[in-house]
Design a protein around this ligand. Structure first.
Ligand SMILES: [Fe+2]
Ligand SMILES: [Fe+2]
Length: 272
């Protein structure tokens, strides 16, 4: 079991967010803003899945999971809160969150389904988040220096995603979730995650007036497919999820451990 600490982040989310806060780069800013837009609804779904999965466990297994589940919920609830404040600034910049209503509509179809399906979807999303988080932590310079507050928010969130990457997966296994459904949900989640991310990023760029600029596409090509591009470096860890003997703990978390150790002045632990 993982010891999950809930941390209060010492950043001021009241101050407005600049149009191109991420290193003055329109593409990266639009992409990160798009992901942030998905978090409040997504993380609420992960919290509900884990909470309901925990309740479905037999009593003696609950004891084994209790502390970790509490830590998971505390961490995701804190992420939700801060990203909601961040997203409110994006509204003021004239960006429109189309991802959230689309996700809400899709999630309605989950009602009444076996909790293992909820956890299968959550575990797949958490794998995506964990490999993206590790990428962020290892390429922190790509967040730029223009808004240290948002850089800290993204790196703290990444570090905690890496920390709790096994929780939903372990609950899914403990409840007897099958390998077949686990990979089936990963295929679905991959499709929706990629199309939603693309659509929202394109929408953010269109409203920002930078969708058809050469510099935007050049930045996208390099950030996604360059030598240390997001797709280049996360493709293998993404594929690993399809192996029968996959477990999230097989993937390296040292970047998360190092960030948390070196940035103790950015947060206050509030328990777990
Ligand atoms: Fe999160
Ligand atoms: Fe998470």
């Amino acid at each position: 079991m993982t010891d999950l600490v809930v941390r209060r982040l010492l950043v001021d989310m009241e101050q407005p967010v600049a149009r191109h806060w991420c290193a003055g780069d329109a593409f990266r800013t639009a992409l990160f803003n798009a992901l942030s837009m998905s978090f409040p609804v997504g993380e609420q779904f992960f919290i509900d899945s884990v909470r309901n999965g925990f309740k479905a466990l037999p009593a003696q297994k609950q004891e084994q999971f209790r502390a970790e589940v509490q830590g998971f919920i505390g961490q995701e609830a804190t992420h939700r809160r801060l990203h909601s404040l961040y997203n409110a600034h994006l509204d003021r910049l004239g960006l429109v969150n189309d991802w959230e209503p689309r996700a809400r509509e899709r999630l309605k179809q989950m009602e009444g389904l076996d909790v293992r399906h909820w956890l299968g979807i959550t575990a797949a999303n958490e794998h995506f988040t964990a490999i993206f988080a590790d990428f962020m932590l290892r390429n922190a310079d790509l967040l730029g220096e223009q808004d240290p507050r948002l850089a800290t928010l993204w790196l703290w969130h990444s570090a905690e995603e890496s920390e709790h990457k096994s929780t939903a997966f372990d609950l899914y296994q403990a409840l007897g979730g099958s390998h077949e459904w686990r990979v089936k949900w990963m295929r679905q989640v991959t499709f929706f995650f990629l199309t939603d991310t693309l659509r929202q990023t394109a929408s953010n760029l269109r409203r920002d007036g930078t969708l058809w600029k050469w510099s935007t596409w050049k930045s996208a090509a390099s950030y996604l497919f360059g030598r240390r591009g997001l797709v280049t470096l996360t493709y293998q860890p993404w594929r690993a999820y399809f192996r029968r003997d996959f477990h999230p703990s097989q993937q390296d978390s040292s970047a998360s451990v190092a960030w948390l150790r070196e940035h103790g002045d950015s947060f206050v632990p509030v328990g777990g």
